[in-house]
Design a protein around this ligand. Structure first.
Ligand code: ADP
Ligand code: MG
Length: 338
């Protein structure tokens, strides 16, 4: 007998869960992204104990068909792509089909879901990767996912979690990005410390208000720039809301939040001589490009993307910022009375 074992699916899922589900905030991110991908107009997120004991995500999106519900929990099960070629034109946030399988491998998950076409909803309970219950249920159109007892079977991972308040802060950060990235989705986020709601009226300024408050929303300048292949839109802050951290800079590429030193540098460059040295301008910027020019398939949790032409994106952000600032400074010509 040789020494090599092929691991069971259960163990394999626990291992990939280690990649996808780092902490409660990763669960919230994956579930809310599924709601957005399902076309939800409203999403409610409720957490208890920093998400460690309880996470609920309820949406009014398309729902999951009864026959698909169990399959959705299998690794690499996705309705979003079919083949390798589809990877080059991803417009959804998810595409790996790993989240539900990974989350359910290390927690207890209940899903209640109903599509418009179905008369009844269906429910499933999966704990530690095992299906415990499947049934029909009465529920509204859309999907509710409840995750309990995260990492109950992976004590090592559990040990690395921080205090409730710190885990809540990670989740709040995820939710802020969700609100900023989806102004058309009405978001309600309920944690023990506070409730945040966004209007979902499609107005990014209102989303910025919901996340940062009036002092920020009053000091922002609109950005809208396009050249033939790329559009940069959103808001930048005036010097009053520059901070000594990049934490107030948010970038989206085709709706996906990512971090990029290069774009942060392009932003600063556009602000040259306007913002004090050592301070970072506030920004919420959406970059839209043909999905063929960006590789989002980098790493499941790292917020990185690769552009086929970095320089072009850098320049577009630079010009978008510079033009917006210059427009702001133009003093309207006044006709003097004769
Ligand atoms: P992915 O998002 O990469 O496709 P997931 O494991 O997150 O993989 O989800 C698997 C599948 O389950 C999705 O492709 C989708 O069809 C379905 N699904 C998950 N969550 C929802 C939801 N909230 N609404 C509708 N469908 C969902
Ligand atoms: Mg997903």
């Amino acid at each position: 007998m040789g020494k090599i074992n092929v691991l069971t699916e259960e163990v394999a899922n626990m291992i990939s869960a280690g990649e996808v589900v780092e902490r409660p905030a990763s669960v919230v991110k994956e579930l809310v992204e599924n709601s957005v991908d399902a076309g939800a107009a409203s999403v409610t997120v409720e957490i208890k104990n920093g998400g460690m004991s309880y996470i609920r995500v309820t949406d009014n999106g398309g729902g999951i068909e009864k026959d698909d519900l169990k399959t959705a929990f299998l690794p690499h099960a996705t309705s979003k792509i079919k083949n390798g070629a589809d990877l080059a034109k991803i417009m959804t946030l998810g595409f790996r089909g790993e989240a539900l399988a990974s989350i359910a491998a290390v927690s207890s998950v209940e899903v209640f879901t109903k599509t418009k076409a179905d008369n009844f909803g269906s429910l499933i309970t999966v704990k530690g990767g095992k299906v415990l219950e499947e049934d029909e249920t009465g529920c509204a159109d859309g999907t509710t996912v409840i995750v309990r007892d995260l990492f109950f079977n992976t004590p090592a991972r559990m040990k690395f979690l921080k205090k409730d308040s710190a885990e809540t802060a990670y989740i709040t950060d995820v939710m802020n990005k969700v609100i900023l990235g989806n102004p058309s989705v009405a978001v309600k986020y309920i944690s023990q410390s506070k409730t945040v709601t966004s209007a979902g009226d499609g107005n990014l300024k209102n989303a910025i208000f919901a996340v940062y408050g009036a002092d920020y929303a009053k000091n922002i300048i609109e950005v809208d720039y396009s050249d033939e292949n790329i559009r940069v839109s959103g808001f930048i802050g005036n010097s009053q809301i520059s901070r000594n951290t990049r934490a107030y800079q948010t970038f989206f590429i085709n709706g996906r939040n990512f971090v990029s030193r290069a774009l942060s540098a392009a932003l600063s460059e556009g602000f040259k001589n306007t913002v004090m040295v050592g301070k970072f301008p506030f920004a919420v910027l959406n970059v839209e490009v043909n999905p063929a020019f960006v590789d989002v398939n980098v790493h499941p949790t790292k917020m990185e993307v690769r552009f086929s032409d970095d320089k072009k994106v850098f320049e577009a952000v630079y010009w978008a910022v510079k033009n917006a600032l210059e427009k702001k400074r133009v003093v309207p010509e006044m006709k003097m009375p004769e």
